[in-house]
Design a binder for this molecule. Sequence first.
Ligand code: NAD
Length: 314
Amino acid sequence: MARVLVTGGAGFIGAHTVRALLKRGQAVTVLDDLSTGAESNLTALAGDLEFVKGTVCSDDDIQRSLRSVDRIIHLAAVVSVVRSVNDPVGCDAVNVHGTVRLLDRARHAQIRRIVFASSAAVYGEDPSQPKVESARIEVLSGYAASKACGELYMQMFHRLYHMEPVVLRYFNVFGPRQNPKSQYAAVIPTFIDCMLKGTPPTVNGDGEQTRDFCCVDNVVDANLRALESRDAVGRVINIGTGTRTSLNQLLDMLGVIGNTRLAPIFGPAVLGDLRHSVADISLARTLMDYAPRVSLTEGLAQTVAYLRQVQSLA
Ligand code: NAD
């Protein structure tokens, strides 16, 4: 059976994607260097799963992982904005060069469909809301620049070699398995971690900044749709919920789920932090019949339950 390669499949979004593919009876190969992912994310998964420990920066590792593959979901990346600012060259090596290398190997192997994980970070400080895909790209970090370059290469391989890339610009993804201990942890696992430990969370600024928080199940659904959709080929598509939520609202919602009151400490605003960010998801709806099926409340409840379980086992 033809296989789907998921690069970065041992990471947060990757492991959820692999699980969903296997559940559909799809054979899957994962290529991951385990730099931020963990093989334990893939244990206890039933199905035809091959794991290749290796990097998208190596032709040999890519070749090993492409055996019998007919489609790719490319998630492997240096995902930390802070790291990309401190080490733009290291970020470029994986996110740009690794991506071109993968595209080129895929081209030679006659693999056409590739779903590419881009990011809302490419919108930079563009003030328009909600973000539409046609907005000007503005990069404020090595990470955003690398994702923008990845998008351009997808376009190039589409135009020149008739490959079938689908670029998905994810907004703020959250859910079980997102690591609250990582140095660059996203706000949701960090807040939940504080709630479970009974310590006050720190909010940078006044907490009125808003984001489009999207449960990982919705992103997985988008990834699977993008693997199949004809209309999405060659397109750049926002994936979020279309709803904005402030950090203060988020804390209130978590308080209700955890039956507690989360009194935050308000710290100084982070320089360059975006005030608002929300996706226009009309294109995803039209081209892929995508809709955010898991609500923020439901996703938060799942994440709290997961982190509670992790804490109880620690
Ligand atoms: P993650 O760190 O959990 O996953 C990234 C995975 O890639 C990890 O398993 C890591 O070990 C692997 N990896 C890193 N460098 C590699 C290399 N050179 N070769 C092979 N594997 C490598 O992060 P995530 O949140 O699951 O992100 C997945 C993708 O989604 C990334 O491309 C990220 O940029 C994108 N994205 C994520 C979000 C979000 O909110 N989490 C938002 C926008 C875009």
